[in-house]
Design a protein around this ligand. Structure first.
Ligand SMILES: [Zn+2]
Length: 497
């Protein structure tokens, strides 16, 4: 009944938004949206190499003791709406302090009656056939949900994590189309290894007590892997003291710098780093799609065949970038993505990505005490770096979100966020104190991060940690950075205890 193929195609192409309200509404049924407790359940987990990844989905995002206001999602006919969460925070007297995400019950959502649920295997076939994938894919997680299109119409879909030869992907797939298809890797680059941090980088030797007795660079936190054909660095006495010209120096640098970054992050906040699914796998001298060596990236555990989180770092070709495996900021930045992933797990949407990059950079700046990312990775004439020959990115900037010439690339635009957090030092007292607030704010964030939710979460965190002393400073810095429209209606004085 009421199934007209033509109308379905028109709807899916998004044509029903303005022009065809009359006929569109005849066919559509108002959705009965109901709230349900908790995060959207990752549902069936398939082909996972260990139980770890399932745990990641369900245990992340637990708020701290002082966090009241449980996360909820929304369902229609007991099936969740993809990717939407909501949280209302009340004080002890039951008064609303803040709200994160949107209450979808207040929106007039319609069901697309034309579209039917694809089978999971049809959905996966559709992804495999898309020009971006083009290879056989293993399913890591999959669950049914309603995809909410921009025209407020709900379409039957699957949210799926798939793993290909080189990387993982997050996809949302309906019967007629792939709504979303994004790499599970967060790219970036920074500084590294048993090379000291800063402009005067040099070879240093650091003592680590975290390695196991395998004779390789591995332990409970990290484990290195090298490209096929290369031998892993080994030592019988626990000393991996290579000269800088030795390719094994890159491996030892990555391992040492990952451990040092972990120590620094833990010093900010003991709960800063989720150790679910450890040890991390560090891919040394990684060659990406199309032979790309000028990048580094983080992949969450659920998007990897091994069920372990991963950091891949290329060597750089010397013209676009260089020294990626040695500069401590590179692996630090990627590890920081893992920290941020504790709170923000949507790495497909633009605002979520800008926040992911900005927060990851800021955690590195706060740990190193300088606002320059990757001092040793920028060749003099490369346009890949924000400041030529100096920093990949920097928090010492005055970029505003509202600038007409604000960068469009999410990596570069993220300097608005890292710059805003860096500038909070004058109000909060130290970068470490700001980093503590940011870390705590992650406990409040919903999986999809928005600027409004982030500023709200920062003020909530400051309320928890400092009785809200800096809430208005946080609000003001956000205004200074051109976020006024996003945060309009928030009252910073409400966050004071
Ligand atoms: Zn990044």
């Amino acid at each position: 009944m009421r199934r007209h193929v033509q109308t379905a195609l028109a709807l899916l192409a998004g044509l029903a938004t303005v022009g065809s309200v009359g006929c569109g509404n005849d066919d559509k049924k108002r959705a009965k949206v109901a709230p349900a407790a908790g995060l959207i359940d990752g549902g069936m987990t398939k082909n996972v190499r260990n139980a770890c990844t399932a745990a990641v989905v369900s245990t992340n995002l637990t708020a701290t003791e002082s966090a009241r206001g449980a996360i909820q999602h929304f369902t229609v006919d007991s099936i969740p709406i993809c990717g939407h969460h909501h949280r209302v925070i009340e004080d002890q007297d039951g008064l609303v302090v803040a709200e994160l995400g949107a209450d979808l019950r207040s929106r007039a959502l319609m069901l697309d009656p034309e579209s039917v649920w694809p089978t999971l295997s049809d959905a996966v076939t559709k992804i495999e056939a898309s020009p971006f994938a083009g290879e056989r894919l293993d399913v890591s997680t999959a669950h049914r949900c309603w995809h909410l299109a921009t025209d407020k119409v709900l379409h039957p879909a699957w949210e799926i994590t798939v793993i290909g030869e080189r990387s993982g992907w997050f996809a949302t797939v309906g019967s007629d189309q792939v709504f979303k298809f994004n790499p599970a890797a967060i790219h970036a680059a920074g500084r590294v290894a048993t090379q000291s941090e800063g402009v005067d980088f040099q070879r240093i030797e650091v003592d680590l007590d975290t390695m196991d007795d395998s004779g390789f660079l591995q332990g409970p936190n990290f484990r290195t892997t090298v490209p096929t054909g290369r031998t892993r660095a080994s030592a019988t006495n626990g000393n991996f003291l290579f000269e800088t010209t030795d390719p094994r120096f890159i491996e030892s640098s990555l391992y040492a710098n990952a451990e040092l970054a972990l120590q620094k992050f833990r010093a900010v906040d003991p709960d800063h780093v989720s150790v679910d699914c450890f040890p991390f796998e560090i891919m040394v001298s990684y060659v990406g799609q199309g032979g790309d060596v000028n990048n580094a990236f983080y992949e969450p555990a659920l998007a990897r065949r091994s069920g372990k989180p991963g950091i891949s770092v290329g060597d750089g070709n010397g013209e676009i970038l260089r020294n990626l495996g040695r500069d401590p900021d590179v692996v630090g930045h990627e590890l920081a993505h893992h920290v941020v992933y504790r709170g923000i797990q949507n790495i497909s949407d633009f605002e979520s990505l800008v926040l992911h990059e900005g927060l990851s950079d800021f955690f590195v700046y706060a740990a190193t005490g300088n606002a320059c990312l990757g001092e040793s990775i920028c060749p003099q004439n490369s346009g890949a770096c924000w400041s030529r020959g100096k920093c990949l990115r920097t928090a010492e900037n005055s970029i505003k979100l509202t600038d007409s010439n604000a960068p469009r690339d999410f990596h570069r635009l993220s300097q608005v966020i890292s710059g805003m957090l860096w500038d909070l030092e004058s109000d909060i007292g130290s970068h470490t104190a700001t980093a503590k607030i940011v870390s705590h704010a992650l406990n409040w964030m919903l999986p999809t991060g928005t600027y409004r939710d982030f500023i709200t979460a920062m003020m909530l965190a400051d309320r928890d940690l400092n009785a809200g002393r800096s809430a208005c400073a946080i609000y003001t810095e956000a205004e200074t950075r051109g976020l006024s429209e996003e945060i309009s209606g928030l009252d910073c004085s409400q966050f004071r205890k």
